[in-house]
Design a protein around this ligand. Structure first.
Ligand code: S3P
Length: 458
């Protein structure tokens, strides 16, 4: 359902009473953002914690779980497969695992809502578990390509019924004795890699994934924590992951770190609203996820890492960030896997930088929750930014964006949040056509942003 347009402004300044003046002078002087920002739990790690805990023998306690709609869909899917999944409150969850061969064929379809990660990873689980399940999702997920996962899974002996669409809804029936795979995926995709590895848990012998460009390695890190024998051989950007099959996973407690993809929004907000100074707490800084921070730093952003530590096998730190004068740069295709979900936020930062930022290697953005390349291009252009998208690239020429337009989000949470943030610093308020889907990844976005002084009129 569409909500009424959301107007972005600062309550205290009474901005909502002011008419938008798309060509006018700078009519707004946003107050600086300040304070501490507790970043919600990492979405990728939350999915994996629920899935591996459900496959393990024993009870795992997960703290800091992201309670967004995407992750809740995975929790429900694990229940349908036979695991006990209990929400103890305050982000603490307990999962009683099914152990090897413990999953059962669910009586109803597994509905993953908007979540590509949940759907694709659990496809691997089902293929390796010798059970059968139907996979469904919302309109956005039903448009996204699934053959990148089902094609390799078919090589385990699993049967795939998708009427030749390569899309949801589809049914997977795992082979009674799945075969181990040795695959070089066509796409740099952690979801594809993870699905193959999760299927490999149920196969004999070694499963190998050969990545041309390393992607986020949370599945590998967490499989090791749960007792699987897994190794990675890296050479430059190439990465070969090998997993011993018929693994017996043992329950493990997981403290989920803060999501760098959600941290991107307050981070960029602080960089573009003059005078801002924030501390972002407990942010995951896995080298396969910190591309945005490295890129913004190259653009001149004042971001300092402090209190560096390790949790759940992952590097974490707090980030001190202050308003900065940014300059446009070249962002190579090699950066894409380490910041794939952060390009909408980066494009907004680039709209406030001096000069042009050119981003290459963005083909995968066309098959995310929306065609993000098209959505970002349209949203920036309508708000007065000089922007050009190619088939897999984006050029943004920065300055002081005028704002004043209503952005079509295409039901995409990251498009909505990126343009809400942009509206904090444009000359005129920016509107977005819907905000309901923000709950998929950042359920308390508005409260959290209000806590640092950002007020939105909803
Ligand atoms: C994810 C991997 C990425 C990312 C997605 C989460 C994961 O997708 O865009 O939001 O948790 O494995 P791809 O692996 O398809 O690039």
């Amino acid at each position: 359902m569409r909500l009424d347009a959301t107007q972005i402004s600062r309550d205290k300044m009474g901005m909502s009473d002011r008419p938008a003046t798309p060509q006018g002078p700078n009519v707004r002087a946003p107050e600086p953002l300040s304070g501490h920002f507790r970043v919600p739990g990492d979405k990728s790690i939350s999915h994996r914690a629920l899935i591996l805990a459900a496959m393990a023998t024993g009870t795992s306690r997960i703290t800091g779980l992201l309670e967004g709609d995407d992750v809740l869909a995975t929790a429900q899917a694990m229940r349908q497969l036979g695991a006990t999944v209990c929400n103890l409150g305050d982000g603490v969850w307990e999962v009683g695992g099914c152990g090897p061969a413990g999953f059962k064929t669910p009586t109803h379809a597994l509905d993953f809502g908007n979540s590509g990660t949940g759907a694709r990873l659990v496809m691997g689980v089902v293929a390796g578990a010798g059970i059968s399940a139907e996979f469904t999702g919302d309109a956005s997920l039903s448009r996204r390509p699934m053959a990148r996962v089902t094609k390799p899974l078919a090589q385990t002996g699993a049967q795939i019924e998708d009427n030749g669409t390569g899309r949801l809804p589809l049914t997977i029936t795992g082979a009674a004795q799945p075969l181990p795979l040795d695959v070089a995926p066509e796409f740099a995709s952690a979801q594809v890699k993870s699905a193959i590895l999760l299927a490999g848990l149920g196969a004999p012998g070694k499963t190998t994934v050969r990545e041309k460009h390393i992607t986020r390695d949370h599945t590998e890190n967490m499989l090791a924590l749960f007792g699987a024998k897994i190794s990675s051989q890296r050479s430059g950007a190439e990465n070969i992951v090998t997993l011993d099959g018929h693994a017996r996973l043992r329950a493990h407690d997981i403290a989920v770190p803060g999501d760098p993809s959600s941290a991107a929004f307050p981070l960029v907000a602080a960089l573009i609203v003059p005078g801002s100074k924030l501390r972002l707490e407990n942010v995951l800084l896995n080298p396969q996820r910190d591309g945005l921070i490295r890129t913004l730093t190259r653009m001149g952003a004042n971001i300092k890492r402090c209190n560096e530590r390790t949790e759940a096998g992952e590097p974490i730190a707090d980030l001190d960030v202050a308003y900065s004068t940014l300059k446009g740069i070249e962002v190579g295709a090699d950066m894409a896997p380490s910041m794939i979900d952060e390009y909408p936020a980066l494009a907004v930062a680039a709209a406030f930088a001096e000069g042009t930022t050119h981003m290459a290697g963005l083909g995968e953005l066309r098959v995310k929750e929306s065609d993000r390349l098209a959505a970002v291009e349209a949203g920036l252009r309508e708000n007065g930014v000089n922007v050009e998208a190619g088939t897999d690239s984006l050029s943004v020429s920065g300055g002081t964006p005028v704002g004043g337009a209503c952005v079509t989000t295409h039901d995409d949470h990251r498009i909505a949040m990126a343009f809400l943030v942009m509206g904090l610093a444009t000359q005129n308020p920016v509107r977005v056509d819907d905000t309901a889907m923000i709950a998929t990844s950042f359920p308390n976005f508005f409260e959290a942003m209000a806590g640092i002084g950002a007020r939105f009129d909803v």
